[in-house]
Design a protein around this ligand. Structure first.
Ligand code: NDP
Length: 287
């Protein structure tokens, strides 16, 4: 079997276009503010891409840049201002933050209704309570993007054996909750798990988010599985690879995401989707 490629770039472009269409019919422009402390080069690329995508889709988006030596109180005060600013629907504080600032304290200061990263404990808690079905929660962008890709790939989710490799707060844990909410039977693996290969081989849906270049080999993939590779790893020679050995896995999977061009482009598209959802919920407007 040679897997079909799940084209995240194309799916993200379609999602952004449909968001732009919805925004064009609103009586206001959804407002997004990204707060960046210092100038970490990796996040710089992300912030520029986000600004471009937000502007193209008709959002009112701006990046607020603070110096690297900003203290926690100053950042929390800025977040408090954005919380009460009526034109701001979504607040994203770019991580990682410099060591003098406690990440948890800043995330907790964001109004949960404007928390478009979905990292606030209230949104994480709602998601863990089954929120997509019962109560609105803002859901972290990368796992939300994975769910879009699974649906685009035609994966049958109810009852499917899903394996999530990685248990971080930003990917693995919310991924578990979203797959569970979609009625999958989910196993989460991490650095203390035994026999990763055998566990992965049982998966009908495999989501890899470990940050280890090509950890998942071809013989870890069950015949006909749908494989989503969240990993983005730069090799010493400069090439980007995922957490899955793509060429090997492609021989066994039914569908697989490439790196780059798979999950990556979905993250920004889902950030815009969250901002629109937050705007509609907060302003009480119909979508
Ligand atoms: P973290 O480092 O926060 O978490 C990694 C997880 O993988 C941990 O749960 C860790 O286990 C587990 N792990 C690490 N090594 C192994 C191993 N050898 N065997 C089994 N489990 C292991 O990473 P993130 O979740 O933030 O990111 C994961 C990857 O996804 C990275 O490559 C990152 O760049 C990428 N990423 C991509 C995004 C996108 O937009 N496409 C967005 C976010 C991340 P333990 O908990 O036991 O330590």
């Amino acid at each position: 079997m040679t897997a079909s490629i799940i084209d995240g770039k194309a799916v993200a472009a379609r999602l952004r276009a449909s968001l732009a269409e919805r925004v064009a019919h609103l009586p206001f422009r959804p407002g997004l503010r990204v707060v960046r402390v210092g100038d970490d080069p990796a996040s710089g690329v992300y912030v520029r891409n986000k600004d471009r995508a937000a502007a193209a889709a008709g959002f009112d988006s701006a990046t607020l840049q603070l110096p690297a030596d900003t203290d926690e109180d100053t950042l929390v005060d800025l977040v408090a201002e954005l919380n009460t600013d009526p034109v701001v629907d979504g607040i994203l504080v770019q991580l990682p933050l410099p060591p003098q600032i406690r990440q948890d304290a800043v995330i907790a200061a964001i109004d949960p209704a404007k928390d478009v990263d979905g990292f606030h404990p209230l949104n994480a808690g709602r998601l863990a309570m089954g929120a997509p079905l019962h109560r609105p929660a803002l859901v972290p962008c990368t796992p939300k993007g994975v769910m879009h890709l699974l649906r685009e790939a035609g994966a049958r989710l109810p009852g499917a054996r899903a394996v999530v490799l990685g248990r971080s707060q930003i990917v693995g844990r919310p991924m578990l909750q979203l797959l569970l909410a979609a009625d999958c039977s989910v196993t989460v693996l991490h650095s203390r798990s035994r026999d990763l290969a055998a566990e992965c081989r049982r998966a009908e849906i495999l989501v890899a988010a470990v940050g280890r270049p090509e950890l998942v080999r071809g013989d870890w993939i069950g015949e006909g599985a749908v494989v989503i590779d969240v990993g983005i790893n730069r090799l010493p020679e400069g090439r980007l690879v995922g957490d899955v050995a793509f060429a090997e896995a492609r021989e066994r999977a039914a569908a697989i995401t490439p790196v780059p061009g798979g999950v990556g482009p979905m993250t920004i598209a889902c950030l815009l989707e969250n901002t629109l959802e937050a705007a509609l919920a907060r302003r009480g407007a119909a979508g």
